[in-house]
Design a binder for this molecule. Structure first.
Ligand SMILES: Cc1ncc(COP(=O)(O)O)c(C=O)c1O
Length: 380
């Protein structure tokens, strides 16, 4: 048996004909840049999140860069995020010209340790970027309190968290600006790159529309130094086709996660804690094991498409060497990056598939003496 992480065909459902016909007529009409499809997607995406504005961009990385620029962040400013995020969060801070400041992760949530954020704030801190990593919402309440007290902006990196919510509020809509990616791997996926920033603030909306269009307020009227970063019209049409299914997909991902938790209970592994009042979007289902690499090899040999996300914490990545971070400086991030393993999770995964994966994990531990199982942090 093979258990894959993606089923691209299933994301289109059975009714792909209207979509293909629309794309064909867009191709023939030359409907490529912005226009009705992008505007419609922006409006539908904003409505789905309960925000006033969504601005479609070229990628989630650009969303972060342009959100930072919209807040006027640049050289001399510091931006706080966490040491175990995906590379793009920190690359975006550097591309905006600011200095990244890292906070360690929390053992149970695998997200930024909110209680350590206040200590990382200096007179130069302008923004904190919580990352709803793997689809789990960050504890936004205490983070917003700290930010409000110190007049710091909050940008949510929700690139992995379409469909996640906290107390009924969609992630991405809680901070001042929320950034999304529509990379093909994401819960809401384009057939190529794409991204968006969402906000309730009319001034940010206007600036972002200018930012994404080479600084043009009107044609040939360049009022600021912008980027060329627009969501493609054809991608917008594809995203509209999928958006209405997102909630069902997140529910299906939650069902798979619940099955995994049941089937894997009692093994010497742990997973992200799920807190009251939150909807985890389960972009990834991460298990934590002291024997990650051997377990990964075991599952791969069984035909399970398990992967590591992400094996190297930010502070040990070569492009960030100039920031002078040291091994040992963010110990929880280092442990997580050496112990986390993603099991396949996608809507439409059958019980037989989840059972096969779980049996694979069980068989790995059954073959090892108890005393070698290791203690993979906090179990749930
Ligand atoms: C946490 C996080 N931030 C930012 C990004 C950047 O998104 P993109 O690949 O669309 O540039 C991604 C995804 O790739 C991500 O996972």
């Amino acid at each position: 048996m093979r258990v894959d992480r993606y089923d691209y065909a299933a994301q289109f459902g059975g009714d792909i004909d209207d979509l293909v016909a629309d794309i064909k007529s867009m191709l023939l009409r030359g409907d490529y840049i912005l226009g009705d499809e992008v505007a419609r997607f922006e409006s539908e995406f904003a409505t789905s999140l309960g925000v006033r504005f969504a601005i479609g961009l070229n990628s989630g990385t650009d969303a972060l860069v342009l959100a930072l620029r919209t807040l006027g962040v640049g050289p001399g400013d510091e931006v706080i995020t966490h040491a175990n995020t995906f590379h793009a969060t920190v690359a975006a801070i550097v591309h905006a010209g600011a200095s990244p400041v890292l906070v360690d992760a929390d053992e149970a949530s695998y997200l930024i340790d909110v209680d350590q954020v206040a200590a990382a704030i200096t007179a130069r801190t302008r923004v904190v970027i919580p990352v709803h990593l793997f689809g789990k919402p960050t504890r936004m309440g205490p983070l917003l309190d700290v930010a409000r007290d110190r007049a710091i902006h909050v940008i949510e990196d929700a690139a992995q968290a379409h469909g996640a919510s906290l107390g009924g509020n969609a992630v991405g809509s809680i901070g001042e600006l929320g950034c999304f990616s529509f990379h093909p791997s994401k819960n809401l996926a384009a057939a190529g790159d794409g991204g968006a920033v969402v906000t309730d603030d009319e001034r940010f909306d206007r600036t972002l529309r200018i930012q994404r269009n080479l600084g043009q307020a009107r044609q040939n009227e360049h009022v600021l130094l912008g980027m060329n970063s627009k969501l493609d019209a054809i991608q917008a049409r594809i995203l509209r086709h999928k958006l209405s299914r997102l909630n069902d997909w997140v529910a299906a991902r939650n069902d798979v996660a619940a099955r995994y938790r049941n089937l894997l209970a009692g093994l010497p592994i742990s997973w992200q804690r799920v807190d009251a009042g939150e909807v985890h979007a389960y972009h990834l289902f991460q298990i934590r094991s002291a024997h990650r690499d051997e377990l990964l090899a075991h599952l791969t040999a069984l035909g399970v498409d398990a992967v590591t996300r992400y094996p190297t914490p930010i502070h040990l990545q070569a492009p960030f060497e100039r920031f002078g971070w040291r091994r040992g400086q963010f110990p929880v991030a280092e442990r997580l990056t050496s112990q986390l393993l993603c099991l396949p999770i996608r809507p439409g995964m059958t019980d037989a598939e989840t059972e096969y994966v779980a049996d694979g994990v069980r068989s790995f531990f059954a073959g090892r003496p108890q005393h070698e199982h290791g203690r993979p942090g906090i179990a749930t």
